[in-house]
Design a binder for this molecule. Structure first.
Ligand SMILES: [Zn+2]
Length: 152
């Protein structure tokens, strides 16, 4: 019985926590579907690199990236550590909404402190310069690599 209560409590949390707007110009957090470079859903194939460990939210190059919750910032990250992809090789570690997650392809204005929901975190990097024809996007990845889709 106790386990059942905990299960439904967790289910309720998962159902209720939703990301606010992540990118200026995309108020509904619309997702990358399929383009010539692949698909944006969690678990999509990434031959020869296994599967896609996050969810891609559409965001135009140079757009403002916004805090989807009241968040705290926990340092910048390096996405690929590949000089060929240096133009987009940045991201940021975040906590907010009870979640620990990462955003890739974002140049954060600062790497520590807090940002209120809806306020600016930084700028979408120039993804078209590295992946011409892709649906430019912010990649959302949970710290435990679980599926972020239920939070959208
Ligand atoms: Zn992605």
């Amino acid at each position: 019985m106790q386990r059942l209560v905990i299960f439904f409590a967790l289910l309720w949390v998962c159902e209720s926590v939703k990301f606010g707007q992540l990118c200026s110009g995309n108020p509904n957090n619309s997702q990358r579907t399929r383009d010539r470079h692949g698909a944006g859903n969690y678990g999509a194939s990434r031959v020869p690199h296994g599967t896609h460990q996050g969810l891609d939210i559409r965001c135009s190059d140079g757009a403002e990236v916004l805090a989807p919750f009241d968040v705290t910032l926990h340092g910048k990250l390096i996405v690929y550590n590949n000089p060929d992809k240096a133009a987009i090789d940045e991201g940021i570690n975040l906590r907010g909404g009870g979640l620990c997650f990462k955003l890739f392809y974002v140049r954060a204005d600062k790497s520590t402190g807090s940002v209120r929901k809806g306020e600016r975190i930084g700028t979408m990097l120039p993804m078209q310069s590295v992946y011409p024809g892709i649906t430019s996007h912010v990649h959302v990845q949970m710290c435990d690599r679980s599926d972020p889709t239920p939070y959208f």
